[in-house]
Design a protein around this ligand. Structure first.
Ligand code: TPP
Ligand code: MG
Length: 547
């Protein structure tokens, strides 16, 4: 029997690797919700609200490459917009499936619930346009073709797409067929010219390095990038958003490059190179140490997702993964000069000492083990942990560009759904956690066992450091009893601990490392216990904000 519109879309999403759809149901979306629940290979993953579902899909896409979520018309989809915008900014292909009112109701401009009451039915799709790279209203006639077009767009741009399913059409059989669209190919001449220009530029360089960026991972070019590093011997540094895109435990890794703010030895090395190969990097404020990096454009070769720049020349229609594959064989192996990456060193403090930054971050760094998925929230905690050396196979995830607080808790849930057999460690400030804490309940509901650290420093510390008056009222929070949350949210049997001293923290870390259940640890520090980057940003952001 011919598949219905929604069945067809789900089966194609399943073909390309989607096994879970995050969302909140609604009457207009019932055909979509029913089809997901009845699908033999795709699972419905209920979330507490649509914003959390979008963040969860974002976290899932970081691990799985692609993700899907579903919401109902208006009220549901608009709640998801912030999360979808984050996925757009951070290059994560999320398929957003929205159930909409019947076409007959829409064309009659009827006064339906979840509308603005003005008879206009395309408003929400229009609102989705700036945060999606393609949109379609799926009908029996266009479903075969539009599904392929949207899949191709999402995979080409690595950004969300918007798919609307009118309730009366979603269950109709698809009419016709459409072939899968091929992935983008490089223009052979441009590819060859770009590869020659790069190998020529590197030939006489005394010192050179690579800055592998976020798009290397997002575009599926990680193996090709690693091969370039292996086959050429070029050392590499990473910027904040790009942390752990390649394994940090390898001899070529020189450490985190954060402009003039951190690691002066890494900065001197990178900026002292004759040639810097920036591959899929985004030169954002938080990637460049608040724009304090000084990368001479004449020395920087920029390999983008679909185009490359060498000197003043741009080579378009050049796919990153194709170019990296060619370069691995083209650049001769040399013994390039490098420096050795360092971690955070030994933790300070013991016994009844309060937990300050020097006590906390090195302990957390030691806690992370091989193959962990570390999800670190915007705020002072990620700024501290970002400079820890990740063990082999461990990956660090942070929403560095979009920076919407509350992201990390549901994103960690999404990551855990994508990789149920890996250890997921969530590190969040308590202010951020308060936005989306209810998603902790979904870990318990789905039998997932993360290790959650909630840094309680009595407020929005990063904001205290950036604003004019640190003690101003808007940086204060309701003081929650955090360790009671897992129990209240249905996470039965979880280990919950609260650490206010170094001894308690050591004990909590020890217990957490051996736990066979979910773990939730509240780490209490002084209001102003901040990591070094957070303190330094305070100075440099003053110029950006004019504070
Ligand atoms: C959705 C959203 N609202 C507001 C902000 C502004 N903001 C950035 S960091 C932050 C405070 C984070 O506090 P917390 O999670 O407690 O971390 P801390 O810095 O205290 O360690 C706020 C309010 C934001 N980035 N995103
Ligand atoms: Mg805080």
């Amino acid at each position: 029997m011919k598949k219905s519109v929604i069945q067809h879309v789900l089966s194609r999403l399943c073909d390309i690797g989607i096994r879970d759809v995050f969302g909140v149901p609604g009457d207009f979306a019932f055909p979509v919700n029913d089809a997901i629940c009845n699908h033999p290979k795709v699972k419905w993953i209920g979330c507490s609200n649509e914003l959390n579902a979008a963040y969860a899909a974002d976290g899932y896409a970081r691990i799985n490459g692609i993700a899907a979520m579903s919401t109902t018309y208006g009220v549901g989809e608009l709640s998801a917009v912030n999360g979808i915008a984050g996925a757009y900014a951070e290059h994560l292909p999320v398929f957003h499936l929205v159930g909409t009112p019947n076409m007959s109701v829409q064309s009659a401009h009827a006064l339906m619930h979840h509308t603005l009451g003005n008879g206009e039915y395309n408003l929400f799709q229009r609102m989705a346009e700036p945060v999606s790279c393609a949109q379609a209203v799926l009908t029996p006639q266009n479903a075969a073709y539009e599904t392929e077009r949207l899949i191709a767009a999402a995979l080409y741009h690595r950004r969300p797409v918007y798919m609307a399913f009118p309730a009366d059409l979603a269950n109709f059989p698809v009419i016709g067929e459409s072939a899968e669209l091929p992935a983008a190919k490089s223009d052979p001449d441009s590819l060859e010219a770009a590869a020659s220009a790069i190998s020529e530029a590197l030939k006489d360089a005394r010192a050179a390095c690579v800055l592998p960026g976020i798009l290397v991972g997002r575009s599926g070019s990680k193996a090709a990038m690693q091969k370039v590093v292996d086959d050429t011997g070029l050392p590499f540094a990473t910027m904040f958003m790009d942390k752990s895109v390649l394994d940090e435990r390898q001899s070529g890794y020189v450490g985190m490059y954060d402009g003039a703010l951190m690691n002066t030895d890494v900065r001197d090395f990178v900026e002292g190179c004759d040639k810097i190969l920036a591959v899929g990097t985004l030169m954002t404020d938080f990637n460049t140490g608040a724009f304090t990096s000084r990368l001479d454009p004449s020395k920087t070769i920029s390999i983008g997702h679909h185009r490359t720049r060498v000197g003043t020349k741009t080579y378009s229609s050049v796919e990153m993964s194709d170019l990296l594959t060619v370069l691995a064989n083209r650049i001769p192996k040399r013994k390039w000069r490098g420096i050795e990456a360092t971690s955070l060193g030994a933790p300070s403090g013991s016994g009844g000492d309060a937990i300050d930054a020097a006590a906390l971050y090195p302990r957390w760094a030691r806690f992370i083990k091989e193959d962990d998925i570390l999800v670190a929230e915007t705020g002072t905690a990620s700024m501290g942990l970002g400079f820890a050396l990740m063990p082999a196979g461990a990956t660090f995830h942070n929403q560095t560009l979009w920076g919407s607080i509350g992201w990390a808790t549901p994103a960690a849930f999404g990551a855990a759904v994508a990789a149920p057999h890996r250890r997921v460690v969530l590190i969040t400030g308590e202010g951020s956690h308060q936005l989306t804490a209810q998603e902790i309940g979904q870990f318990g509901r789905n039998g997932l066992k993360p290790i959650v650290f909630v840094l309680n420093n009595s407020g929005y510390l990063i904001e205290r450091l950036l604003c004019k008056d640190p003690a101003i009222a808007y940086n204060d929070l309701a003081s929650w009893r955090y360790t009671e949350l897992p129990h209240a949210l249905g996470c039965d049997g979880w280990l919950t601990l609260r650490a206010t001293t170094c001894a308690q923290l050591d004990d909590a870390l020890e217990k957490a490392s051996h736990a066979v259940t979910g773990v939730y640890v509240e780490v209490v520090t002084d209001t102003y216990a901040a990591s070094s980057l957070a303190l330094k940003l305070h100075e440099s952001m003053k110029t950006l904000y004019g504070a």
